[in-house]
Ligand binder design. Sequence first.
Ligand code: NAD
Length: 352
Amino acid sequence: SKFQKNILITGGAGFIGSHVVRLFVTKYPDYRICNLDKLTYAGNLENLRDIEHQDNYNFIKGDITDQQFIFDLFAKEKFDAVIHLAAESHVDRSIKSPMDFIYANVVGTVQLLNAAKETWKDTQNGLFYHISTDEVYGSLDDGGYFLESTPYDPQSPYSASKASSDHFVRAYHNTYGLPIIISNCSNNYGPNQFPEKLIPLFINNIKNNKPLPVYGKGENVRDWLYVIDHARAIDKIFHHGTVGDTYNIGGFNEWKNIDLVKLLCSIMDDKLGRSAGTSEKLITYVEDRAGHDLRYAIDARKIMEELNWEPSLQFEEGLSKTVDWYLQNTEWLNHVTSGSYKKYYQEQYEKN
Ligand code: NAD
């Protein structure tokens, strides 16, 4: 093969995965990138239209929970490395249907681990890089930060499924010597995020003069990172991270939900030519999410010091770019907000 490495990226049609695929395909023409994605409601090949004709890019539609399919794929492709992002990713959906999260996030991860173990046995080859979330650490109600050594304490079905998958990845390293790395990142935002998540949901609702459903009193604190900075961190860790290690990724950028929503409203007022304060009137407080974690905050010193990574954007700038992207990509937005998403939205927010 003319390629130096054959890399499997799972979940590459999703939000973060599409940015990782784009970065690797364009930055490393010597790598062959295989994007494996089931194309669930969250997967969208429109996210990759600009790079889909590159000769080092290959899309495979398939399900990571399908054992035979995964084994056959690995036997044929003999991947040199896996970057695993495919997952069910939305906390609210996990509260409604936890089983979907156990299949995709736990069973799917273990199917991939088994296939990687089989492929790399008797070789010095391989890296299984698992992408996870800071939500596995639970909630920081009394201050402090999540460190790589913070004990796991997941609170939602989503975070419990991600925690479980992280444990399996580490167990395959400890038990079978599988070369692995795990990174746990804070909340991402940016272009191509499915509009069930806070920032794109609110951009879309402000645009359409629809209510902005804020959970509880909007006191929950999240640590936000621009998705392209996450992709840059994944690139650093993939190439320079220590096998067997965990890396926390975050931007030291904590925002109370209500403050974030108000900032977004003022950016949108500005961009839409509305008078100041117009969009804020759309804020409506709704019953809090069950088991809603109060605060997440990442201590990102390890990746900053060891791998010399830092976020490239300040939050206000990233948010402004994100708003621009959604205002410019109305076709993308209309496409993903029609059909089954509409039904989900009505059940979630318009039931009364
Ligand atoms: P997403 O929901 O936008 O994308 C997930 C992708 O996985 C979709 O393209 C979907 O089609 C695919 N997928 C789902 N089930 C599959 C299956 N069984 N087989 C094959 N493909 C399947 O999610 P995202 O926000 O891009 O998150 C990607 C990863 O990053 C997830 O593992 C998530 O836990 C993790 N993560 C997300 C955030 C965040 O803020 N979004 C933060 C930290 C970590």
